[in-house]
Design a protein around this ligand. Sequence first.
Ligand code: DQA
Length: 146
Amino acid sequence: MKILVINGPNLNMLGIREPAIYGNQNYKTLVEMIEEKAKALGVSVSVYQSNHEGCLVDEIQKAYGDADGIVINPAAYTHTSVAIPDALKAVGIPTVEVHISDINQREEFRRHSFTSPACKLTIAGHGFDGYLEAMEYLVNNYSPEK
Ligand code: DQA
């Protein structure tokens, strides 16, 4: 099974940006955690980050016919982008939406996700572990061997 993990804008600034909300661990640590989890689950993973909406759409489109599952944290684009859920629906790859913070307990504008309807599941507020839970969910429910 092949999983693609996609991170949106400012997630490369983890460890620096708002540590009270996103914690002290940096982006490199997140990538290492994801790669370790993939090993433990016996799946292959690639991890992508961009600050640009169109690049995120390109990456989703490239996954067509290649990835079996997507884990996506669209970051701020969660609340603004129609192109990202459109791309997810276009490729039809089972996707889990992840947010490090609990978007439902923050500002009003973060409560609405344009991405959620294109996803099988949304995990919010579980910190970096949310990515690992998302990978586990995809393996348990959408592994092509099953
Ligand atoms: C985030 C939540 C978003 O509202 C915010 O814009 C982010 C990160 C999270 O992981 O908690 O950049 O997606």
